[in-house]
Write a protein that binds this ligand. Structure first.
Ligand code: ATP
Ligand code: MG
Length: 472
């Protein structure tokens, strides 16, 4: 998502004051992908509009990265028009693939949300107005209808809920009765907060009151939807985690969705920067790049162990406890196994305490313990942790020094693949049967070579392997 020209609100926003329902509006630089979809549908005689987030972002002067088209044509008709498109049955969303995929939805109205997640019934006989009415916020409920079926840049805005006024004034307002809309789908609570943060908009009073009332209902959302919202929040370069999660906390969303984080409120820090463990945690997440939301998750969760280890006054073992808790949180939210492992390991190792007295062997053991591929992440987390606590790395023995010493070990044997013998050698020469015993033997040799790389010679290692086997 391109950075918006906010909050100065110069540029495109000023033209918003001239726009309202039915106004002519030209989109000069509409990319070919959505333009082609609109053209093809109109050419086949079906009304088709640009709608939702992409139009909102265009009106704000930003470049959208996902494109939504709504049309009167039924899903089967749409998918027949675009070879290679696929169709998600229940909601009739047709995805037209490409470098810029376009999602085409048939005008619909929805009714009944017994599970508070998904409508019980989707009707495809709606009009454009019905389709806009089922959308969440007024700024997301504006459409653009191209004028000429042959294409071209001119068109008209369709804005039955005054989304353009709210876009101009910077207001998040639910379409229709806010309480009813949040009761239908509690994800809108999270979306509303995210849009307010992202655009620096205020939430209209009735919407805000309903949003606070509906916050506990987010407990019933599917884990996948909460995860995706959380990732969108963390991945947005325009949203500051310190501000975002303070808002979540004030609304009760933090206690509902991430109680492990909420528990850090009031846990003292004893760090140069003021505040408690939650303040520190949020600053740490904020110091990590939005382009890597999983790393930001590690920042968010790196001290969760402090809530439970506080009793001893020293947080002993909080990195071990925290790694377990973080894993449980991320599994609950259905994060992928690799992301869970990445965060767990980073938290597990984040308390390393380098000193200049470390021998080269100690540096090599550290690399092996953490895993070469995770060192970059771990340093980034430590830097963010420092930034979040106001700590200054010492000139000697600090991170830069450790980094330099790790670089010195670039050619050191640190993985089984670097050993001068492999499993086959050991099987052939020493008759070691394949299996876990062989793995343990290689590990043992590896440890010795990490301690003393001069041992990494074939004859020497075979002799050592023989001695180790004789000990067993
Ligand atoms: P983003 O920029 O984060 O993608 P978006 O508004 O485009 O924001 P999408 O999830 O891409 O969000 O949804 C596209 C459009 O579909 C929205 O603008 C809105 O009109 C509608 N929409 C999405 N989710 C909901 C929902 N939970 N309830 C009602 N309408 C929704
Ligand atoms: Mg979108």
């Amino acid at each position: 998502m391109a950075q918006l020209p906010l909050p100065g609100r110069s540029g495109p926003i000023s033209q918003l004051s001239q726009l309202s329902d039915g106004a002519a509006y030209a989109i000069g630089d509409l990319p070919e992908a959505p333009a082609r979809v609109l053209r093809a549908l109109a050419g086949a005689g079906h009304e088709a509009v640009l709608v939702g987030g992409c139009l909102r972002d265009l009106l704000l002067g930003a470049r959208p990265d996902d494109w939504d088209v709504a049309t009167a044509a039924l899903p089967a008709t749409v998918s027949a028009l675009f070879p290679g498109s696929w169709w998600e049955n229940r909601f009739g969303t047709v995805t037209v693939p490409g470098a810029q995929p376009v999602q085409v939805t048939t005008y619909r109205s929805e009714s009944g949300y017994a599970d508070r997640r998904r409508p019980d019934e989707v009707t495809f006989h709606g009009s454009l107005r019905d389709d806009l009415a089922r959308r969440d916020f007024t700024i997301n409920a504006v459409a653009w209808l191209p004028e000429a079926p042959g294409g071209g840049t001119s068109g008209r805005l369709v804005d039955p809920f005054d989304g353009l006024v709210d876009l101009r004034d910077g207001v998040i307002r639910a379409v229709g009765d806010p309480a009813a809309r949040f009761a239908e789908d509690a994800l809108r609570v999270l979306r509303g907060v995210r849009f307010a943060l992202r655009f620096g908009f205020r939430i209209e009073a009735v919407t805000e009151a309903a949003l606070a009332d509906a916050a506990p209902a987010t407990a019933g959302l599917s884990a996948e939807r909460v995860r995706d919202e959380l990732l969108r929040l963390l991945a947005d370069p325009g949203i500051r985690p310190t501000v975002a999660f303070a808002r979540w906390e004030a609304l009760g969303l933090l206690a509902t969705l991430l109680p492990e984080l909420a528990a850090l409120r009031g846990i003292p820090q004893g760090k140069p920067l003021p505040g408690d463990a939650l303040d520190h945690t949020l600053r740490t997440a904020e110091a990590l790049p939005a382009s890597d939301p999983i790393l930001r998750m590690a920042g968010l969760l790196h001290d969760v162990g402090k809530a439970t280890t506080f009793a001893d006054g020293h947080f002993y073992g909080h990195e071990v406890e925290g790694a377990h808790t973080a894993e449980a949180v991320m599994r609950r939210l259905r994060f992928g196994a690799q992301d869970v492992a990445r965060v767990r390991e980073l938290i597990r190792h984040h308390m390393f305490a380098y000193e200049p007295a470390w021998t080269d062997a100690a540096v090599r053991r550290f690399i092996r313990r953490v895993g070469h591929e995770r060192l970059g992440d771990l340093f980034a987390l430590r830097e963010a942790d420092d930034a979040g606590s106001g700590a200054v790395e010492p000139p000697a023995g600090g991170l830069p020094e450790l980094r330099a010493r790790i670089a010195e070990q670039e050619n050191a044997p640190l993985a089984h693949g670097h050993l001068a013998v492999d499993g086959h050698d050991l099987q052939r020469v020493l008759d070691v049967p394949p299996g876990p015993g062989l793995g343990r033997l290689l590990d043992r040799l590896m440890e010795e070579v990490v301690d003393d790389p001069s041992l990494n010679r074939r004859e020497m290692l075979l002799r050592r392997a023989g001695e180790i086997l004789a000990e067993r």
